[in-house]
Design a protein around this ligand. Sequence first.
Ligand SMILES: Nc1ncnc2c1ncn2[C@@H]1O[C@H](COP(=O)(O)OP(=O)(O)OP(=O)(O)O)[C@@H](O)[C@H]1O
Ligand SMILES: Nc1nc2c(c(=O)[nH]1)N[C@H]1C(S)=C(S)[C@@H](COP(=O)(O)O)O[C@H]1N2
Length: 193
Amino acid sequence: MTSLRIGIVSISDRASQGVYPDKGLPALTDWLTQAIITPFTLEKRLIADEQSLIEQTLCELVDQHACHLVLTTGGTGPALRDVTPDATLAIADRIMPGFGEQMRQISLHYVPTAILSRQTGVIRGQSLILNLPGQPKSIKETLEGVRDEQGNIIVTGIFASVAYCLQLLNSPWLDTDKAIVDSFRPKSAQRPA
Ligand SMILES: Nc1ncnc2c1ncn2[C@@H]1O[C@H](COP(=O)(O)OP(=O)(O)OP(=O)(O)O)[C@@H](O)[C@H]1O
Ligand SMILES: Nc1nc2c(c(=O)[nH]1)N[C@H]1C(S)=C(S)[C@@H](COP(=O)(O)O)O[C@H]1N2
């Protein structure tokens, strides 16, 4: 049986040059390892904010490594070197605008400048590619969503929709720890107990 393959890409000029240690890949690895309870493997890349390099890396992860899901972090803002969404759209077959819309909704609960992120989601072939912001703490925030003081979810994290999206793309089965993120599937798409 094929197991789920996830590509994670940290896109940062300074982290890739060693100016500061990369916190993107560790944050993504930690979150995914805690949240996903079914088997998966990770393919990791740390690269600079260069559009051609980002496009090449995304294509390599999807076309050669057959990653079912690719998560990027960094380079989604308006600065001239923030080109992750441009690279993602350039190699996309189809756009999934809901992911960017939902992340901006979530992030507005944490930072008033959330609207500055141009993050998006796309499909290339049968793979889902999602852009997360560069601030390392925003990885957990956008994937998991916003909770009230009692710990109840008040704005759903984007990862709650990833399992069903991957299912529709014929990926291997993905289940999450409900305490971290409750994956939603319509009744007709749920596995018999
Ligand atoms: N990979 C990373 N590791 C650690 N901190 C990061 C990383 N990426 C971003 N940050 C932090 O989050 C902030 C916002 O991220 P952003 O993607 O806008 O980076 P940036 O200002 O374009 O710089 P760079 O590309 O050199 O990381 C950065 O200024 C930095 O403090
Ligand atoms: N959850 C969350 N979303 C966030 C932020 C953040 O700190 N947390 N920063 C915002 C800011 S200030 C910018 S400029 C954009 C783009 O950030 P990026 O270039 O690091 O991807 O993400 C926005 N979204």
